[in-house]
Design a protein around this ligand. Structure first.
Ligand code: ADP
Ligand code: ZN
Length: 207
């Protein structure tokens, strides 16, 4: 299978679609956001450092996340493809990634601003990495995959969302041009249902 990168604004659905891709193609879903949140929950040194940046809607320093991903990609399960979700997020991260990996395709998930705000406000997540939207939970407060209590991410508050979108425009959106120049960028309109969006992404990956 391919080495895949997912690009897109916060709330575009990278996490949800990455999880589906991982399941469909039996490859690991490597999410820097999930790794950082797990460390915050566990109170590790990395978690303490990351929290201040995340709560401000800023990015965790490049050297920190680059180290995390470089180590993760060395594990055996990453030998036959993977889907990277939330990394790279800066040009420096993309350049560092080029030194340790050969990326086959960058899938850019495109959605409008109004959709993003709606998705983030209703988002509930689990420590296991699963993501839900309140409109589909029917009042449930626990994870359908592992049974743990779901939580609302502090950084999904409207004030922080604004900062994250600015961070995205300034630091992450330039990656679209970066991968376009390499000839591996594919844009996918993701304003349909989760299932419809996934069908489109599968077509792109199977090409
Ligand atoms: P989203 O894509 O919805 O913004 P993520 O779970 O991918 O959410 O990331 C949450 C936060 O974790 C980011 O706002 C950022 O502070 C931090 N983070 C995640 N990945 C990276 C990365 N590659 N580089 C720097 N910071 C990161
Ligand atoms: Zn769970």
């Amino acid at each position: 299978m391919k080495n895949i990168i997912m690009l897109g604004a916060p709330g575009a659905g990278k996490g949800t679609q990455s999880a589906l891709i991982a399941e469909e193609y039996h490859i690991p879903h490597i999410s820097t956001g999930d790794i950082l949140r797990k460390n915050i929950k566990e109170g590790t040194e990395l978690g303490k450092l990351a929290k201040s940046y995340i709560d401000a809607g800023a990015l965790v320093p490049d050297d920190v996340v680059i180290g995390i991903v470089a180590d993760r990609l060395k594990e055996d399960d990453a030998l036959n493809g993977y889907v990277l979700d939330g990394f790279p997020r800066t040009i420096a991260q993309a350049e560092a990634l080029d030194k340790v990996a050969k990326i086959d395709i960058a899938v850019n998930i495109v959605v409008g601003f109004d959709v993003i705000v709606e998705r983030l406000a209703g988002r509930r997540v689990c420590v296991c990495g699963a993501t839900y939207h309140t409109s589909k939970l029917n009042g449930s407060t626990t994870c359908a995959k592992c049974g743990k209590e779901l939580f609302f991410r502090d950084d999904d508050k409207p004030e922080t969302v604004r900062a994250r979108l600015e961070t995205y425009e300034k630091q992450t959106a330039p990656l679209i041009g970066y991968y376009e120049k390499k000839g591996i960028l594919v844009n996918v309109d993701a304003t349909g249902t989760i299932e419809q969006d996934f069908e489109k992404i599968k077509k792109v990956l199977n090409d």
